[in-house]
Design a protein around this ligand. Structure first.
Ligand SMILES: Nc1ncnc2c1ncn2[C@@H]1O[C@H](COP(=O)(O)OP(=O)(O)OP(=O)(O)O)[C@@H](O)[C@H]1O
Ligand SMILES: [Mg+2]
Length: 346
């Protein structure tokens, strides 16, 4: 096998566990064959991905060479080693604006905020899609009452997103046989699946693509920042200090990788007892405001801990559609404030 033949064969090799080839995923950086020795440089994002691709290549081609040297191209160190997201790719040219809803911490209400914010945008007449980027804990289908839908493909071989409450919805849950199917993926596979959801879903033209991120500051957040020009990041937190610490990390990461911040939503801010009307600051108070002051970002809104929000969400009945006026206004006001803090392309 000479250099050209090896390059062609590598480009046609499937990524382990995926229906995409290394060529399609643009993972080959350099290939050289001399004296029956092959050297291959891979453009992979993570060590996990590098190791799985490396062993797939060795398995397929080691018989043809006396030795194979497979290396990973060193990523350009920039801004706290997060890689280059100052000039990201654009895997979603169909979306005029991309909003990433994130938090360093789990369970603070990212998915609930994402769904209601996406619907509030659609209620203003915009074309909106929501991408469930929480591949290990996809919740968007339940929240939008689309959890029983199964994956469909159109004639162009693109995945047809679910639709409900005026928004288009894509989640890995759509691709699993049951809602409790465990998703045990290496992060490299998860990242590739997400890229497929950006590229191979028939989203149509969108004014807004809202991305519900998983908790934390890992591979998925980084990939999204590198593969998409994120118009605005929305940070969700609860008022207590432990939440603030994790959320600070998220804000720092997004600021470091040049994602513009729309602002912060403080969720489960307080509780008004329905019987007495007394306000209780269950998780303390002022956490959101302090974070906003510290990082110089706007406070987009404070949403109380409210039983109807929890119930509606669990039943796939988003409060911004089916809640009472006060519930609707929490999310609509957040959208209103986002428009004040970010210049969207609309
Ligand atoms: N303001 C609220 N009042 C009452 N319950 C809420 C509120 N916001 C969210 N919840 C409930 O809290 C739980 C966690 O919310 P959600 O799934 O949106 O959080 P998350 O940050 O996306 O979690 P994860 O990190 O697991 O993705 C859900 O049961 C949801 O219904
Ligand atoms: Mg979630």
């Amino acid at each position: 096998m000479n250099t050209k033949e090896l390059l062609e064969a590598l480009n046609a090799l499937s990524y382990p566990g995926l229906s995409r080839t290394l060529g399609e995923l643009k993972l080959i950086s350099e290939v050289k064959v001399t004296d029956n020795q092959a050297s291959i440089e891979l453009l992979t994002l993570s060590d996990d991905s590098y190791l799985s691709v490396k062993s797939a290549i060795e398995e397929a081609f080691s018989q043809y060479f006396s030795s194979m040297n497979i290396t990973k191209k060193a990523t350009v160190k920039k801004d706290m080693n997060y890689g280059n997201s100052a000039a990201p790719n654009n895997r979603a040219p169909y979306a005029a604006n991309v909003i990433a809803v994130t938090s360093g911490k789990g369970g603070v209400g990212k998915s609930t905020v994402s769904v209601n914010l996406a619907i509030a945008l659609a209620q203003r007449g915009y074309r909106v899609g929501i991408l469930d980027a929480d591949l290990y804990g996809p919740n968007i289908p339940r929240l939008t009452n689309t959890d029983l839908e199964k994956i469909k493909w159109n004639d162009d071989n693109k995945i047809v997103p679910s639709e409900n409450y005026g928004i288009k919805i894509m989640s890995v849950a759509l691709t699993t046989p049951t809602s409790d199917t465990p998703l045990v993926w290496r992060s490299s596979v998860a990242v590739s699946a997400l890229i497929q959801f950006l590229e191979d879903v028939a989203w149509g033209e969108l004014d807004f693509l809202v991305i519900d991120m998983p908790p934390g500051t890992g591979d998925i957040q980084l990939t999204m920042a590198q593969e998409l020009p994120i118009t605005a990041g929305v940070i969700v937190t609860t008022p207590q200090l432990v939440a603030s610490d994790d959320v600070s990390r998220s804000i720092r990461m997004f600021q470091d990788i040049h994602v513009p911040m729309a602002g912060l939503v403080e969720n489960m801010s307080y509780f008004i007892a329905p019987d007495t009307g007394t306000r209780y600051d269950i998780f303390g108070s002022g956490g959101g405001e302090r974070l906003c002051a510290r990082y110089n970002i706007p406070l987009l809104g404070q949403i109380p801990l409210n039983m109807a929000i929890r119930e509606g969400s669990d039943n796939g009945e988003p409060p911004v559609v089916l809640g009472d006026e006060s519930l609707k206004s929490y999310y609509r006001d957040i959208v209103e404030n986002m428009f004040k803090s970010v210049k969207f392309r609309v």
